[in-house]
Ligand binder design. Structure first.
Ligand code: C2E
Ligand code: CA
Ligand code: CA
Length: 606
């Protein structure tokens, strides 16, 4: 504990006799610094100034005041209270001693001094004082250390808590869009199911279209930024959805969560039922239908929304999500692009599943057949082409229209063998027609899903080869929506088919969402205006304008224009005047089996 560099301690000697001061000074000066005072006033001044003495030797009898009084004053002031005071007193005045201790003295020494004992006592007191001081210092230091450590611990705890919060946030939020992860929605939904069982709520699944194109044109980095921007718009718009479940806690608010890729989901309470839920969620369509303003470009992204409702369609998140997904797939073909789950559209519902099994058998057991509908060149009146249309005669349910089973076949994958069957059957029939002198092109319908089959091109070419038919005699009809569903893959397949010489026709044109200008970049030969416009064009001006616009544009692009759904002579005439090339419809001929068609050919006069 002893520090060699330590400063000498300081002793204040208070005595009105200079001799006493001189004696004590002489005895002490080798190991302390001595200061002296002759009066009580002086003593107080020195004691209160810096550096303060470490010990005071105080004579009881002073000229100006009593030593006890001086000691009392020293002990009553905070700056001097700690300084040990030793009274120096004549041997016979022992009552001085007791009253000295009462006012706070530490010790007393009697005069005349026994120098060695005096020195030893003073040394002992100074050492005590020094140790006391040192302990005080150490305590202070320790306090400081503890304080610092507490502070740094607190800081560490704080940053650990923040890191934990960040990790938790990252685990629950999508890095790219910053939107909450679907796990948070799961929690919110199971809370709702637990606290309000049976309360009607909807799960919405929102799927964006058009990102493939943006990624391909602008690159993934920009694609991601556009996705982020759009998800923020969606998130903002979701605040207007009545009854939407909040998925954040601690005062934060968010409704939309990212499921994966370009799929988002949210849930909202809707006691008013299915129709009200559809109307509520349609609020988000505006965001999906408005072009995005990105770095001065206007980008078109669209989306479809599928809904499933608890308790009608399920009582757990997974079932509801799966069913919302089924509804969303259907929504792609609807206008507006929103749809509610029903059992009828569910490929996995029991009735549908058994029907699908039967459809597979139908292919083998020849319950399927093709009907044919001719297409007439409006100017020359000659038969230009025939379209093959699929028919299913079910042994129990009777006739099932293609609009009922084809979407199912698409969802379950049965569409592949089905299309192959149609292709085979149609080309076989075409060869038979040829042999009878009817050299006609034949159109068959492809589904969106067919365009994603990697072996489609090979299959089509193999069947053409089998019947020794030129590729140009075959027209493949693909809907505008099918082309847009998976533009990249679909376009590649279409290009390959087109390059092989097969004709491509855009079916149901006008019902999808592609711009007319988009046609320029597609490998197509023909545009078929959707029958819904043609059927009403004589009574609805807006339909007539659309028909006319499509005809003009298609002619500009050197594409053949077919109008389907021609149900009367007026329409046929008007189409001719507008410059439409080909007509198809009940007015000319209904779809009929091959044998009947041969009869019709005779009557029509070919
Ligand atoms: P689509 O390709 O648009 O076929 C034309 C539909 O319009 C046919 O219905 C046809 O019967 C009907 N139609 C023709 N003229 C008129 C008319 O003047 N008025 C009215 N109201 N309708 C007319 P269909 O045969 O019921 O086929 C419905 C849809 O089923 C087809 O529409 C097509 O999308 C699909 N489809 C039919 N056969 C096949 C097939 O082999 N493969 C695939 N993937 N889809 C098929
Ligand atoms: Ca068609
Ligand atoms: Ca059509």
């Amino acid at each position: 504990m002893c520090d060699v560099n330590q400063k000498k301690q300081r002793v204040l000697i208070v005595d009105d006799e200079p001799l006493i001061i001189a004696i004590l000074e002489r005895a002490l000066q080798s190991f302390v610094e001595v200061v002296s005072a002759a009066t009580g006033e002086q003593a107080l001044d020195i004691a209160r100034s810096k550096p303060a003495p470490d010990l005071i030797l105080l004579d009881v009898g002073l000229p100006d005041m009593d030593g006890h009084e001086v000691c009392g004053l020293l002990k009553s002031h905070h700056s001097t209270v700690d300084i040990p005071v030793i009274f120096t007193t004549a041997r016979d005045l022992t009552e001085d001693v007791t009253s000295g201790f009462e006012v706070g003295a530490t010790d007393y020494i009697t005069k005349p001094f026994n120098i060695p004992i005096t020195i030893a006592r003073i040394r002992a007191h100074l050492e005590t004082r020094r140790l006391h001081h040192e302990i005080q210092q150490q305590n202070l230091h320790l306090d400081l250390l503890v304080q610092q450590r507490t502070l740094s611990l607190e800081k560490e705890m704080r940053s650990r808590r923040e890191a934990e919060k960040r990790t938790l946030y990252r685990a629950h939020h999508d890095e790219l869009t910053g939107l909450p992860h679907v796990s948070l929605l799961r929690t919110a939904v199971s809370n709702l199911l637990r606290t309000s069982p049976g309360k009607p709520f909807a799960i919405a699944l929102i799927m964006l279209n058009g990102f493939q194109e943006i990624n391909n044109t602008l690159g993934h980095q920009h694609g991601n930024k556009v996705l982020k921007q759009l998800s923020q718009d969606l998130s903002l718009a979701s605040r207007s959805i009545h009854g939407a479940l909040n998925v954040e806690n601690e005062g934060d608010v968010a409704f939309i969560t990212r499921l994966d890729g370009v799929t988002f989901t949210l849930a909202f309470v809707c006691p008013a039922g299915e129709q009200a839920a559809l109307e509520e969620i349609a609020k988000l369509l505006l965001v999906l239908e408005t072009p995005i303003d990105y770095q001065g470009m206007s980008l078109n992204v669209s989306g479809n929304i599928g809904l499933a409702m608890s308790p009608y369609h399920g009582n757990d998140m997974d079932t509801l999500l799966r069913r919302a997904h089924i509804a969303q797939e259907l929504a792609q073909q609807k206008q507006p692009h929103v749809s509610m789950y029903t059992e009828e559209i569910d490929p996995y519902s029991e009735r549908r599943l058994s029907l699908m099994g039967e459809l597979k058998n139908a292919i083998q057991e020849s319950h399927l057949s093709l009907y044919y509908q001719p297409q007439i060149d409006i100017k020359t009146k000659r038969i230009a082409n025939i379209e093959a249309l699929l028919r299913w005669q079910h042994p129990e349910h009777g006739f099932i229209p293609p609009d009922d089973f084809i979407p199912l076949a698409e969802q379950t994958g049965v569409i592949k063998p089905l299309t192959e069957w149609v292709l085979n059957e149609a080309l076989r029939q075409n060869v038979a027609f040829n042999r009878l002198g009817h050299r006609l092109d034949i159109s068959i319908n492809l589904s969106a899903r067919n365009l994603r089959e990697p072996d489609l091109v090979d299959t089509v070419l193999a069947v053409l080869n089998q019947y020794d038919l030129q590729p140009s005699r075959l027209v493949l009809e693909v809907t505008e929506t099918a082309m847009m569903l998976n533009p990249q893959e679909s376009l590649k397949t279409l290009h390959q088919l087109h390059e092989a010489g097969i004709q491509i026709s855009i079916d149901d044109f006008g019902t999808g969402y592609s711009s007319l200008g988009h046609l320029r970049n597609l490998p197509v030969n023909e545009v078929k205006i959707d029958r819904s416009f043609v059927m009403e064009m004589m009574v609805r001006q807006s339909d007539q304008i659309l028909v006319k616009t499509v005809i003009d544009l298609a002619r500009n692009l050197n594409l053949r224009v077919v109008a389907e759904g021609v149900e009367n002579a007026n329409t046929l005439e008007a189409l001719g005047e507008m410059g439409c090339d080909i007509a198809q419809g009940y007015h000319l001929c209904r779809p009929i089996p091959a044998t009947e068609l041969l009869e019709w050919f005779k009557q029509y006069g070919t």
